[in-house]
Structures are given as structure tokens and as C-alpha cells.
Design a protein around this ligand. Sequence first.
Ligand code: CP
Length: 312
Amino acid sequence: MTANHYYDRDVVSIRDFTRNELEFLFNFTDKISNLPRTERSELGKGRTLGSIYYEPSTRTRMSFEAAISSIGGSSIGIADPKSSSIEKGESLSDTIRIMDLYSDVLVLRHPLDGSGRFASELSRNPVINAGSGSEEHPTQAMLDLYTIHKEKGRIDGLRIGIIGDLKYGRTIYSLVYGLANYDVDIRLISPPTLRIRKESLYGVENKLKIQEYTDIPEEILSTLDVIYVTRIQKERFPDIQEYEKVKGTYTIDQTTLDKSKTDVSIMHPLPRLDEISHSIDNTSNATYFRQAANGKEIRAALLALIINEDPV
Ligand code: CP
């Protein structure tokens, strides 16, 4: 096996990972997905995943828990700060230090940008950022890139439309940083007030081919290989009236599919509200549930690589 660069490593930003390292993870994910259950469950035997969620989560938390369980490990965690001593006023740093004592790998979701880096500097054990403010969600991008590769057989040469809340959506930033490793044509579609934060593209802007739109022109829609849709995130708007102005701006439905490539992949990190119609859920284009399933496999592979220097 090639050297495992994930061993004992933090996952704070996807910017910290090269294309080779990402593809190593994708290949390893394929490998362990095909392992017999008994062999797979040796990878995390006796290891504990500790998670701290200061914000709600369904997919990230559950897929990490399912992932560690699938490789033979166990999990402990704070799913809701109100059920922990955070409610009594315990600081983030003390919470991290304590969970670090009981775990082999820590997962943190927190509303502040920089929280993942902060945790990684405090913790003795590796830290995985499960979402830090509007900044990053690196494991979401890992599973998104893996999904694109799996669905399309490649990432290079694709035209990818990204729609919705591009200002506050942390999954978007991690995805765009990850895509900067590839030769892709990115079309960003958002209300003017929710455009991508240009200052957050520092260091990658020269590697990206990006064009921005407010509406999806039909001549562009018909050329997209992937349409990555995001929720407009009410909880991140400083002014609720600004949210009211843009909510429900975009809906992907059968009319959208009729104007798109027949094999377009519709992706979404989920949860969704009304930005993807349930009426297309059973089409082959609806990739978002396969994408969520890939989350468990990518995270199992990532944990196995972090825990074991030479896993298989
Ligand atoms: N995609 C994602 O992060 O979903 P959750 O908020 O449910 O974890």
C-alpha cells in the first residue's frame, strides 16, 4: 500500500489535502466497501469516536456513528449542548479537552469559523471538522467529490453548476476548494446577496474557472453535468428580513430536468427544504440519497486511515 498520509492527522480544511491524497481516500473507500464484514470490523476495533455537536445534524453525526461502528469501533458524544455541561457554562476548550480524554478521534461541529482549527490545536488526538460556521465542512466535500467521481467516472472536464446560498454555505467552500484540484468549469447561481465570498477564495482563485449568474440560463442548464443544490440557510442570516427576500428562489423539478442533460446528476448536501421537488426523487438523476449513503463509506475509510498507519 502507498504511504498513508491520513494516519494520526487532523481534518480541519480540505485545503490541507492534495489531489493524490483525496484520490487515495476514494480508492481506499472502494476497497473497504468490498471487504468482508469480519475483516472490515478489525479496522476500528477497540477505538472510540468522540463527537461534540453545537449545531444540529442528521447525516454527519449519524454517518460518523454508523461508520465507526461498521469498522468495529464505538462512539460517544454530545448531540445537543443542552444535555451536557455546556449548558452549565463549560467552555469549548474544556469540553474539547475532556472529550479528548475519552476518545481516539474527535469530531466537532460548531457555529464559529476557526473552531475546527482551534480544537485541533488543543486536542492530543486527531480532530475532524464536521462543520465550522460558514467556513468549511471538509468531509462533506470529500464525499461530494467521491460521489461525482463515482457517478460520472471522472471529475476533470465536467461542467458543474452550484445553486443556492453560496455566501453562507460551508459545504460550498469546501467543495470549491476540493474542485480546485481538478480541471472543471464551475457555474455559480445565486441571488446577488448570496454570492460566494470572494475573499474566501484566496489561494485558489487562479486554479478555478468560475462564472456567476442570478438565474440559470437555459443554454447553460443544458450543458451542466452536475447540478449541486444548496439550502438557503435561514439560521445564518443576521437579518431575517434578508432571508425572507431570497427564500424559495430556486426549485429543481421535472421542468429543470427536461431542459438538462439526460444524465445530469442532481446533488445536495441535505437537508433540503423546497429547493428540490420531491417529485424527482425517483429519477435516476436524483443523486442526493446515494450521496448521503457515500457519506458513511467515506467517513469509515477516513476513520480507518486516521486510526491505522497501515490499515489493509
Ligand atoms: N450535509 C450535512 O452536513 O447534513 P447534516 O447537517 O444533517 O449533518
